[in-house]
Design a protein around this ligand. Structure first.
Ligand code: FUB
Length: 325
């Protein structure tokens, strides 16, 4: 039975958890890190994943079940390699798995696959979502039933290369004193298979309303967006990448602008940090990963979870993952 801050499963490596409550249980959609040796580089070539497994727990105190392989890259016609952080959503009586991978031109795109069950198996659409790019899709369905996809990641995630609206292989990020690149949001169509609105960049500003700068690596967006609401406000949380923190910003609107608020999780063992936030039975939980089980290998991570708490004013209490209770 997994305890808080322990790996959910130990028979495989898992990362990038997207947790949802479906059919009264907690379902977790992670990346599946392979137990192989790869050279690490800033392009993320070490994250060479090929399939997805779906995990579930009846409740936070119950055993974690691995439902087995839910989708393999060999069954996705458009995808060549690197199945990175996925997410899932339920609408139209259908479960949707959203996932990034490099296409046959080595460009990251985002695809979708469907199932009648939250555990899969999932059947992929033949092509990626038209107009999609970069990595780390997170799909949020608002109280008015409109669905939004948040996505984008720097460096290996190629977000810098899309600043003109098309892919520029040699493009680099903004100068340190220029506004940072924000994550991207697009509303999804009713059938959840295409974008209803053109992808637009989200603005994240500081307490004075000034855009976060590209050189502000303690706060600027890097990758791994997640959206949830708390007391009617929209919380955009994400990884700062090179400073290894999970942080968040708050808005009155799902498309921003968002005002930076603070840190959710201090750095974990391993280079990447990636998360989701879910409410179950009146309590809030942070799902995250680290590389403790593999002894620190960046590309062999394990999903964990812990309770997340809010202060009276709606700010999130910072979690220090290795502090003893
Ligand atoms: O797992 C591959 C990549 O590492 C993810 O897409 C990023 O968010 C980072 O966790």
């Amino acid at each position: 039975m997994p305890k808080q801050n322990e790996p959910l499963v130990t028979h495989i490596y898992t990362a990038d958890p997207s947790a949802h409550v479906f059919e009264g249980k907690i379902y977790v959609y992670p990346s599946h890190d392979l137990d192989h040796e790869k050279q690490s580089n800033d392009n993320g070539d070490q994250y060479d994943m090929e399939d997805y497994h779906v995990l579930s727990m009846d409740n936070p105190d119950a055993p974690c079940v691995d439902h087995g392989q839910a989708l393999h890259i060999k069954d996705v016609p458009w995808a060549k390699q690197q199945m990175w952080a996925p997410d899932a959503a339920f609408k139209n009586n259908t479960y949707y798995l959203f996932f990034p991978a490099r296409d046959h031109d080595n460009i990251f795109r985002i695809g979708v696959a469907t199932s009648a069950s939250p555990a899969g198996p999932f059947t992929p659409e033949p092509s990626y979502i038209p107009g999609s790019f970069s990595i780390d899709p997170a799909v949020f369905i608002d109280s008015d039933n409109r669905a939004y996809m948040y996505f984008g990641g720097l460096w290996g995630g190629q977000l810098e290369k899309w600043q003109t609206g098309s892919f520029v292989p040699e493009a680099e990020g903004p100068a340190a004193d220029a506004p940072a690149l924000g994550p991207i949001v697009a509303e999804l169509s009713e059938d959840m298979l295409t974008f209803k609105t053109a992808p637009q960049e989200i603005s994240i500003v500081d307490e004075n309303g000034q855009p976060l700068l590209a050189g502000d690596e303690e706060r600027r967006y890097f990758e791994g967006p997640w959206m949830h609401t708390y007391n009617g406000r929209y919380y955009l949380s994400y990884s700062t990448g090179s400073t290894h923190k999970l942080v968040y910003a708050v808005s009155e609107s799902p498309t921003g602008p968002f005002t930076f608020k603070g840190t959710i999780l201090t750095p974990v063992i391993g280079w990447t940090t990636h998360h989701s936030i879910v409410e179950f039975d009146g309590k809030w939980y942070l799902f995250y990963h680290d590389s403790s089980l593999s002894g620190g290998a960046d590309n062999k991570r394990s999903v964990k979870f812990t309770e997340l708490k809010y202060n009276e004013d709606g700010t999130i209490v910072t979690i220090h993952p290795y502090d003893k209770a």
